[in-house]
Design a protein around this ligand. Structure first.
Ligand code: ASP
Length: 347
């Protein structure tokens, strides 16, 4: 009888401890991943570069082509997320689509270096455990974002560059192509125009040719995980194996489930020195600012004040989106259940 009482007493104690553990775990989950669960909302935001995009210099056909490509890219990520796929797959596949399009300065449409080659940079980061992968200065990886993912998933490193990165990617079955794959007449002509004018002043449209078209994506999946990725050909006419902000974690790309995911585009040197992507996340973490407030503070105030041109896409763990830029335009868009926005200029 006494043993029976002792037994039910122990059972009761175990049950109470279990109840408390389950409750506090649920609270922790809610705090870290407020939208966790299979029916939680998902969201995806993308950019195709910011720059001196002049509304009246763009033909209707060009506008239509970009809007179409941005929508098609969003469709890819949305399908994956709606089916319960991961934000990692959504970001990689959406960026792959944009890399395959000659419209954007990434993958197929990458700009040329001063030497007439293509050197591409890319990075990807997971917000749940802050794992990241990046590659810089690669010339033969068809989809640099997949090279970055291979570094994330199959190495103990965060960043690889040049031939080493290509060798590693090939060993991980990432597709390599001959460097001639990246030739596009439009980008070649831009290089020639910029080189011819090197000694004179560059016009606004030369500037446009020089630094816009980088692509980026941030996704929130139904499990509440945020992933951010960025891919670029860098800046036209770059020399000396220059690497920009896009493959640098904390500068061009950052993701943290506690705050947000960020992908940047713009004048890379400033984005590196001001650790822009991480700065946006930190503003949210330390001040409780929203995505809109943090983006506005960093892109439209801090960077604008020092003449650093560019923009960012930001997505938080509840699906809130911000797409700030301090240039005349940024190819951008987002999608979430029942909502889709795609824009180039301010309105
Ligand atoms: N941030 C890129 C770089 O500096 C260029 C861009 O986003 O347009 O390489």
């Amino acid at each position: 009888m006494i043993r029976m009482q002792q037994y039910s007493g122990t059972l009761l104690a175990v049950c109470i401890v279990l109840m408390f553990t389950i409750q506090s775990c649920t609270q922790m989950d809610k705090k870290d991943n407020p939208v966790k669960g299979s029916n939680a909302p998902y969201a995806m935001v993308i950019h195709g570069g910011a720059g001196t995009l002049l509304k009246d210099k763009m033909t209707e056909q060009q506008k239509t082509d970009y809007i179409k490509a941005l929508n098609a890219a969003l469709d890819i990520g949305e399908r994956i997320l709606a089916d319960g796929g991961t934000s990692l797959d959504a970001v990689e596949n959406t960026i792959r689509y944009m890399e395959d399009s000659p419209l954007f300065n990434a993958g197929k449409g990458a700009v040329f270096t001063n030497a007439g080659t293509n050197e591409m940079d890319a990075s990807i980061m997971i917000g749940s455990d802050l794992q990241a992968g990046a590659i810089g200065g690669v010339g033969r990886i068809k989809n640099p974002i997949s090279g970055a993912r291979a570094v994330l998933e199959h190495s103990e490193h965060v960043m690889m560059v040049g031939i080493g990165a290509e060798t590693f990617a090939e060993r991980q079955n990432v597709t390599l192509v001959d460097s001639s794959y990246f030739f596009t007449q439009r980008r070649w002509d831009s290089l020639q125009r910029i080189k011819n004018k090197e000694t004179t002043e560059l016009s606004e449209s030369d500037d446009l040719d020089k630094k816009h078209g980088t692509v980026g994506a941030v996704a929130l999946d139904k499990e509440g995980n945020i992933v951010a990725g960025t891919s670029t050909g860098g800046m036209t006419n770059k020399r000396y194996n220059r690497i920009g902000d896009s493959p640098i974690i904390g500068a061009g790309t950052y993701a943290n489930n506690k705050t947000c995911g960020v992908s940047c585009t713009g004048h890379g040197e400033f984005f590196i020195r001001y650790a822009v992507a991480h700065d946006i996340s930190s503003v949210m973490e330390y001040t409780g600012a929203s995505v809109v407030e943090a983006g506005d503070l960093v892109i439209n105030n801090k960077l604008k004040d020092i003449g650093a041109t560019g923009g960012a896409i930001i997505l938080d763990n509840k699906g809130n989106v911000a797409m700030p830029f301090n240039t005349s335009g940024m190819y951008r868009g987002y999608t979430k259940p029942g909502e889709r926005v795609v824009k180039i200029f301010e309105d």
